[in-house]
Structures are given as structure tokens and as C-alpha cells.
Unconditional design. Structure first.
Lengths: 195, 183
């Protein structure tokens, strides 16, 4: 069904298109609003690059420093590892982010760890780094095929995903999913509790 | 008649990589069309400005999710269309709380656009547009005013092509009837 040519409708559309008002005040407001937002703030920071082992993550989590992570599953790293060892196809093991230390005044450092036997590069993207796949690259961990990065996050709800080899968008299968209507893509959800 | 709606594809990519000047160029280039669309969808200048501001801030925050091989225009309008829907829904809820027992504001606005001999063409067309159901108005604006393809509209609305074509046809039929009545 194609649009039939209709002079009356074309005239109406032309009339409606005439509403073309520049609004410099609105442009300034928008640019002022985004100026200095966390995306830039984050980009300006340099994060600690020291990797943390899976064992350290699990230990700290067990020690009660686990953040309020919205996952219905228990944080059983060992069982997840076994699943990876036997599962065909994509072999991905995200490890639940855990708090490494807390402070009243500063954001909480959170460790993100991913196991992917095929990855040669892994990036963390989320609302905390402007969804940029170049800002937070995970580093090879001490465990084989493991990648990790530590990111200071403010308290509250954060949405994130992993980008493998610059092209594969990957949610955390053990975290709650959130679909963003604007972008049509699923991400993972993390709740960071105030220290 | 297609407006000059194409922007150098390198600009969104530069903005994505953190170039704030490129982001400003995007805002300068698209804000007029965004304002127009939001104004027609929301029927209120202030709500339209708020929706457009919210849209560009959201674009800024999520530029990292913009695929380098995608076109920026449908991506932007998808966000804008969602912001407009959210704004309408918020207003509907607000009005349902505030005007209990009185004539709803939406009904009042429709009543206020009854034919008048003195109304100019722009007002007539806007009044006819305002009478369309939201989904038809959205489809008509995207297709005939913003001159987007049905494929782009499907990306923006998440609605199938056949359904979009039906919405546009119904919108045109309704507009035609109303505008002919005015004459």
C-alpha cells in the first residue's frame, strides 16, 4: 500500500512544515545541562588498573561486602564455572560485582569480572561511563580467560553491559535484565547500596 | 518535498567519541525539527521544549549505544517519540487527578478548535491534526511532515510496516475529511 498523491494532504504537510523556529535559549539550556555531566566526569578520571582475582571477589562477597545486586540467583561462582566448562557455544561467565571497600564520601569501587574463552578484548559499558566502549576496558585477570575492571560507582541503580571484541553486546546472564525502550536493547541491572 | 534533513554521518560519531562541539552541532541541526514534532504531538510549547531537552540529554548520556553503522536521525526520533509519549502520559495522569468533576483539558482543547471563519490556514491544519488519535498523528507527522521512510518509522515506533501504512492512510482520510469540511 503506497501513499497516494493527494494535493490536499501535501498542502497540509507543507503548512505544518512551516513551523520552523530556531530556539537559541533551548539550545543553550541543553548544552548547559550536559556540560559537566558524569559522562565527562568519568572520562576525566583514571581508574586503578590492578586486577582482582575471582577468589578475592568471592571472598569479599562472602564477607558481607556484597552490594545489593538484583539477581534472583545465588552468587555461586563455582557452579557458574562448571556450567561454562560444559556448556556448548558461547562460554561466558560474568562474576557478580562486589564491593572492595566502602567510604562515606566517595563512590563505591565495584569489580566487574567476565570469563569469555573467545574474547580478545572486553569493555564495560554503562550509564556510569556514557556507554562508551573505549572508556573502561577490562584487563586480563589471574584466572584463565578472565577479564576484570574496577569502577567506582555512586549509590543507586546502574545499567550496564559488556562489549566483547568491540562488536558483541553481552548482558550479564546472572543479573536482572532491563530493556530500554528508547534503544531496544537489553542490559543488566546493578543496585549499589550506600555505604 | 524533503527538507535538508541529512547531516554529515561523521558528526554523530565524533559526538559519540566525546567531541562536545560535534554534540552541539547535532543539537543546532536537529532541535528545530524536534521542537516541531514535539509541539504537534503534545500541543503545548512548554511541554515540547521539555521533551526536546530531555531527548537531547538522553542522547548525550547514551551516545555510546549509538551504533556507528546506524543512521542518527531515526535513532534520535525514536528517543523523542518515546519522550513525547511519556510526557503525554504524565500529563494525562496529572489531569485525571486535577480536573475530577470538570471538563477534561483534552476535551476542552478539542472544543476550542471548532471552525471559525477568521482562522488562518495554519490554525485550520493544526486543529485538524490535533483531532487525530495519537498513533495516527504520530504516523502522519513522521511520514508526511518529517518525511521519514516507513522503515525508519518502524525503527522509531517499533510498529510493523503494514500497521504504520494503515495508520498513515487513516490519518490522511481523517485530515482530508476535516479540511474539506472547513472549506
Amino acid at each position: 500500500m503506497l501513499d497516494a498523491h493527494d494535493e490536499l494532504i501535501e498542502q497540509a504537510a507543507t503548512t505544518l512544515r512551516r513551523r520552523q523556529r530556531q530556539n537559541p535559549r533551548l539550545v543553550s539550556q541543553i548544552l548547559d545541562t550536559v556540560d559537566g555531566r558524569p559522562r565527562r566526569w568519568y572520562r576525566a578520571m583514571t581508574w586503578p588498573s590492578a586486577p582482582f582475582s575471582l577468589a578475592a571477589t568471592a571472598t569479599l562477597a562472602a564477607a558481607g561486602l556484597l552490594l545489593g545486586f538484583l539477581s534472583s540467583e545465588a552468587t555461586d561462582v563455582a557452579s557458574a564455572r562448571r556450567a561454562v566448562a560444559t556448556a556448548p557455544g558461547a562460554q561466558v561467565l560474568p562474576v557478580v560485582p562486589a564491593a572492595l571497600s566502602t567510604s562515606d564520601a566517595t563512590p563505591v569501587p565495584v569489580q566487574f569480572t567476565l570469563r569469555d574463552v573467545r574474547a580478545s578484548q572486553v569493555a564495560l559499558v554503562g550509564d556510569f561511563n556514557g556507554w562508551s566502549p573505549t572508556v573502561t576496558l577490562l584487563e586480563p585477570g589471574t584466572e584463565p580467560d578472565t577479564w576484570s575492571a574496577t569502577v567506582p560507582l555512586s549509590a543507586g541503580r546502574h545499567v550496564y553491559a559488556f562489549v566483547v571484541d568491540g562488536r558483541t553486546w553481552m548482558t550479564d546472564p546472572r543479573a536482572q535484565k532491563a530493556r530500554d525502550l528508547d534503544f531496544g536493547r537489553e542490559n543488566s541491572v546493578l543496585i549499589v547500596q550506600a555505604p | 518535498m524533503r527538507e535538508n534533513s541529512d547531516i554529515d554521518p561523521a558528526i554523530p560519531l565524533r559526538a559519540r567519541n566525546g567531541d562536545s562541539k560535534a554534540f552541539a552541532e547535532l543539537v543546532e541541526f536537529f532541535h528545530v525539527r524536534c521542537l516541531r514534532y514535539a509541539r504537534y504531538m503534545l500541543g503545548d510549547e512548554e511541554d515540547a521544549e521539555e521533551a526536546v531537552q530531555d531527548t537531547f540529554v538522553r542522547v548525550y548520556d547514551h551516545l555510546g549505544q549509538f551504533r556507528p553503522d546506524a543512521r542518527f536521525e531515526p535513532w534520535l526520533f525514536r528517543i523523542l517519540a518515546n519522550r513525547c509519549r511519556t510526557s503525554r502520559e504524565r500529563r494525562r495522569r496529572r489531569e485525571s487527578l486535577v480536573v475530577t468533576g470538570e471538563l477534561p483539558v483534552v476535551a476542552a482543547s478539542v472544543a476550542s478548535i471548532a471552525p471559525e471563519a477568521s482562522r488562518d490556514v495554519m490554525e485550520e491544519v493544526e486543529a485538524a491534526l490535533e483531532c487525530l488519535p495519537t498513533e495516527q498523528r504520530e504516523a502522519f507527522l513522521l511520514r508526511h511532515v518529517e518525511d521519514l521512510s516507513y522503515e525508519d518509522m518502524a525503527v522509531i515506533t517499533g510498529v510493523r510496516l503494514s500497521a504504520l501504512r494503515m495508520r498513515v492512510k487513516r490519518a490522511c482520510d481523517a485530515l482530508r475529511t476535516r479540511l474539506q469540511e472547513e472549506k
